[in-house]
Design a binder for this molecule. Sequence first.
Ligand SMILES: [Zn+2]
Ligand SMILES: [Zn+2]
Length: 368
Amino acid sequence: MKIRAAVLEDFGAPLEVQELDLAEPRAGEVLVRLVACGVCHTDLYTASGADPSGYSPTVLGHEGAGVVEAIGDGVSDVEPGDHVVTLFSPQCRECEHCHDHRTNLCLAIREQQNQGHLPDGTTRLSRDGEPIRHFMGTSTFAEYTVMPEIALAKIDPEAPLDRACLFACGLSTGIGAAMNTAKVAPGSTCVVIGAGMVGLGAVVGCRLQGAERIVCVDLSGERLALARRHGATQELLGGPDIVEQILELTGGMGADYTFEATGNVNVMRQAVESARMGWGVATICGVAGKGETLDIVPRFLITGRRVAGSSFGGVKGRDQVPQFVDRYLAGEIDVDSFVSHKLTLDDVNRGFDLMEAQDGIRSVIDFA
Ligand SMILES: [Zn+2]
Ligand SMILES: [Zn+2]
């Protein structure tokens, strides 16, 4: 079939919306009609050429939600008409990691996905007979996509898809960091540094876990106001003295849990140093630049602090994303306030401009 998609042709240049060919789903694969897709920092990172593992041409996009249109042989978990959220982090339910509660890093299709292929080593996207590679196994800046069944979370059809799409990446990453990675205990004190989509998700996660104090740190007063709306109990403007400020707020001890959601290695260090002696856990959510390292004075570790990191918040997507969507529908997560701009596919580059200008939290492409 012919589809319209936003193609990354050259790094650093705007995406080009073009007509491509999309082949039928093969065994274990699903054809999804996209209804909405968030524009995430990782898309911009790859488009800019900063990601050393990036390639072109490809169709970007990984924060998608849509409706199943057709299924390939052997697909049993979804059927046409189901509403789904796309998962760049799949869950095969069969590999060693899927069987272990300690990780969500499914091993089933990693290599092929990293190379831009579907699990059988080929692509369904092409242009004039020339194959076009998939991106993050999702390629959701497109009217339709073909994805493996193991990379789709079936959600309640009551959930508006232009909201549910945020659970495909940033929001779940933050919530999961608090729930799965740090395992925030009720009554605890948490610090979240960075109030973008992931940091705000971490604020939500800390609140859902029953944290008593949630201190949010950011450079923008507007974002801090949003953090309060999502459960932050105190806000601080970021800066070089943030560790001192947090120690002061916590009787000189530091927080039970700290979360870094900026990708800045200096902030990561602040997150470690503002975690509490004895049992403080610093969870690193941001993605640092290539070659950067995190400086930690070992004394902070020997006195009982731990550093944790996770990808996609440790979320096993097919199991946990539908649960998050249910909590959204139950009124526990205010997703609406994260959607700051609605765009058409043709406006996709404006989504990047808005992100670079730090205008709003999320731009969502509406395919309807
Ligand atoms: Zn993302
Ligand atoms: Zn697996």
